[in-house]
Design a binder for this molecule. Structure first.
Ligand SMILES: Cc1cc2nc3c(=O)[nH]c(=O)nc-3n(C[C@H](O)[C@H](O)[C@H](O)COP(=O)(O)OP(=O)(O)OC[C@H]3O[C@@H](n4cnc5c(N)ncnc54)[C@H](O)[C@@H]3O)c2cc1C
Length: 490
C-alpha cells in the first residue's frame, strides 16, 4: 500500500480527524467503507434490542418486505435502536455499539459479537487522520510497558473485526493483557485493515479555525518531515483524548527538576539512578491506578516510598474500591498498603494529605487535611519529608489550545464557565450524531465526550458515520465516480 503523501493530504477531504488513537482508528475503519450489520442468526440476548434491530422505527422508511439484516447500522435510526439500553456510558450510541460488540459483557458473558462486517470500497469516504505520534494514540506512550496489565479484559481492548486473541495467537486466553501488547495491536490494526493510506502520523495540529468565507475548517498542521501546511475540510472530528497535559499541583516548587509527572519519565530516572548518592524515598502523589503502578515499580526496584493522597482509602469513589481484588491482585495489594493493613518499612502512606510546599533541598511539606477540617483554625498538622524525587500522578487533561477563536474552547463544553473534565464537564454533543451542540460540522468522541474506555469510544464512530450517511447522500470520495447506492441499499 502506498503511504500517504503531502499532495494526498492537501486535497479537500470530507473529514479531518484530529488524534490517531482507538477513537480515530475506529472512525477511519467505518469511513473507509467497512459497515456493520446485525446478525439476526445469533439473536441478541436483550429481547427488546433484538426486536428493534429486526423491525423498523416509525421514521425508517424501508419497505415492509426488506430484510433489515441487509441494512448497515450506519443507515439505521440510532435513537430508536439505543432507546433505554442500560450501560456504563453517558452516550447512548456508545452503549448500543458496545452491547452489540460485547453482548452482556458486564454480567460476565463471553457471547460472540452480534455484528458482522462488510467492506464496500465504493462507499469509502475521503478522510485524513492526524496524530502527534504513531497510530494508537495514548497507547503508544505505553508501548514499552510490558509488565503492567490493562484494567479491562483483553477482548475489550479490541477494535472492530480483528480479534485480539487471534491477532496475538494467544493460546493461554489471558484475561488482562500487557499495555505494550495493546499498543502493538493498534499499530498493526491500521496496517491489517488497510487504513494506512488515511493516516498522517507524527503530525501535530497547531490551529483549527472555521473560515466563514468558504464555509470550511482550516486545519494547520506541523508534520515531522515536511513542516507546516494547512488543509481545508467541511467536517472535523476531535479525537484528541485527555492525556495531553499533566494536572498541576499548583504549589511553590512544582517546577524543580526532581518533580516528575509521568511513569515513563520515572522509569527513565530509575534506569539512571545512582543509589549510592540518592537513597531517600520517592514521594508518590495520587490515588489512581497510575500512582499504584508507580508504587509497584518503585517497590520492584527496591526504592522506599512515601505515598500521599487526598482521599480516605475507604472512599467508595476511589478506583481501588471498585475493582474486585481477585481480578486485580496487584492493585489490591497497593490498596491494603494505603489502608495501613500491610505494614512494611519501605512504604509509608499519608492518606488525606496534600502536598503544600516543595523546597530546593528536596524537602517536602505535607498538610494533613483532616487536621485542617477539624480544628477550624486554618492550622493543620504538617509533616516535612526528605525525598529523592516527587512523582505527581494526579491525572492528565485534554489540550484544546489549538482551537480558535479561544472562546470556542469553552463554548464547546457542557458548562462553559467551568474547565473541561471528561466526566463532569465534557464537550457537549448531540448524543446520536456526536456533532458538537454549539458548532455545526465539528464532532467529538472518546474521553472528550466522557467515554473513557476503549469499549465505548467506538460507538462515537458509529454515530458520526451514521450522521454522515443520513445527511450526505453524495459524498466527495476518492473514487467519486462510484457514489451510487450498492445493491444492499433500500
Ligand atoms: C495508563 C492507562 C491505562 C489505560 N487502561 C485502559 C484499559 O485497561 N481499558 C480501557 O478501555 N481504557 C484504558 N485506558 C483509557 C484509554 O487509553 C482511552 O480511553 C483511549 O486511549 C481513548 O482513545 P482516543 O483515541 O479517544 O484518545 P487517545 O488514545 O488519547 O489518542 C489521542 C491522540 O491524539 C493526539 N493528539 C492530541 N492533540 C493533538 C493535536 N493537536 N494534534 C495531533 N494529535 C493530537 C494525542 O497525542 C494522542 O496520541 C487507559 C489509559 C491509560 C493512560
Amino acid at each position: 500500500m502506498r503511504p500517504i503523501n503531502l499532495a494526498d493530504c492537501q486535497e479537500t477531504k470530507e473529514f479531518v480527524i484530529i488524534g490517531n488513537g482507538p477513537s480515530a482508528i475506529t472512525l477511519s475503519y467505518l469511513l473507509a467503507g467497512n459497515w456493520p450489520y446485525y446478525k439476526p442468526s445469533e439473536p441478541h440476548p436483550n429481547i427488546e434490542l433484538n426486536a428493534r434491530l429486526t423491525s423498523p422505527s416509525d421514521s425508517e422508511t424501508f419497505s415492509d418486505q426488506l430484510d433489515l439484516s441487509t441494512i448497515p447500522l450506519v443507515k439505521r435510526d440510532l435513537q430508536y435502536l439505543s432507546n433505554g439500553l442500560p450501560g456504563r456510558s453517558r452516550n447512548p450510541v456508545s452503549i448500543l455499539f458496545d452491547a452489540l460488540q460485547h453482548p452482556d459483557a458486564d454480567i460476565g458473558s463471553d457471547i460472540p459479537t452480534a455484528l458482522s462486517w462488510s467492506f464496500h470500497p465504493e462507499k469509502s469516504v475521503s478522510h485524513l487522520v492526524l496524530g502527534s505520534g504513531p497510530p494508537g494514540g495514548s497507547w503508544q506512550k505505553m508501548k514499552d510497558c510490558n509488565n503492567t496489565l490493562t484494567i479491562s479484559l483483553g477482548t475489550w481492548m479490541q477494535l472492530p473485526n480483528l480479534n485480539i486473541r487471534q491477532w496475538s495467537c494467544d493460546t493461554k486466553r489471558e484475561s488482562r493483557v500487557p499495555l505494550g501488547r495493546v499498543a502493538k495491536y493498534y499499530r498493526d490494526y491500521v496496517k491489517c485493515q488497510d487504513l494506512e493510506k488515511y493516516f498522517l502520523n507524527n503530525s501535530q495540529v497547531t490551529r483549527l479555525e472555521y473560515n466563514e468565507d468558504d464555509a470550511l475548517w482550516k486545519v494547520s498542521v506541523m508534520e515531522e518531515k515536511v513542516g507546516h501546511f494547512t488543509i481545508s475540510t467541511p467536517r472535523v472530528v476531535l479525537a484528541t483524548g485527555v492525556n495531553e497535559k499533566p494536572n498541576k499541583l499548583g504549589i511553590k516548587g512544582e517546577s524543580f527538576p526532581f518533580v516528575i509527572k509521568s511513569l515513563t519519565e520515572f522509569e527513565k530516572v530509575l534506569s539512571n539512578l545512582d543509589r549510592t548518592v540518592c537513597n531517600d524515598p520517592v514521594l508518590i502523589v495520587g490515588a489512581g491506578l497510575s500512582a499504584a503502578d508507580a508504587v509497584i515499580t518503585a517497590r520492584f526496584e527496591g526504592i522506599p516510598v512515601y505515598h500521599a493522597f487526598r482521599r480516605h482509602p475507604d472512599d467508595p469513589t476511589l478506583i481501588f474500591n471498585q475493582l474486585p481484588g481477585n481480578m486485580y491482585p496487584e492493585y489490591h495489594k497497593v490498596h491494603q498498603k494505603m489502608k495501613g493493613k500491610s505494614l512494611s518499612t519501605d512504604y509509608k502512606a499519608f492518606p488525606m494529605h496534600c502536598i503544600s510546599e516543595i523546597r530546593a533541598n528536596r524537602t517536602v511539606v505535607l498538610t494533613n487535611l483532616i487536621g485542617a477540617e477539624y480544628n477550624g483554625l486554618g492550622d493543620s498538622t504538617r509533616t516535612t519529608l526528605q525525598v529523592s524525587y516527587i512523582l505527581a500522578l494526579i491525572g492528565r487533561r485534554a489540550n484544546l489550545d489549538f482551537i480558535y477563536p479561544k472562546r470556542l474552547r469553552s463554548q464547546l463544553l457542557q458548562h462553559p464557565t467551568q474547565p473541561f473534565h471528561s466526566r463532569n464537564n465534557p464537550i457537549a454533543i448531540n448524543p446520536f450524531t456526536h456533532e458538537c451542540l454549539n458548532v455545526e460540522k465539528l464532532y467529538a468522541m472518546g474521553p472528550l465526550v466522557g467515554d473513557n474506555f476503549v469499549r465505548f469510544v467506538q460507538g462515537g464512530a458509529l454515530a458520526i458515520a451514521n450522521h454522515f450517511w443520513s445527511s450526505s447522500p453524495a459524498p466527495i470520495s476518492p473514487s467519486s465516480s462510484s457514489s451510487e447506492d450498492s445493491p444492499d441499499d433500500p
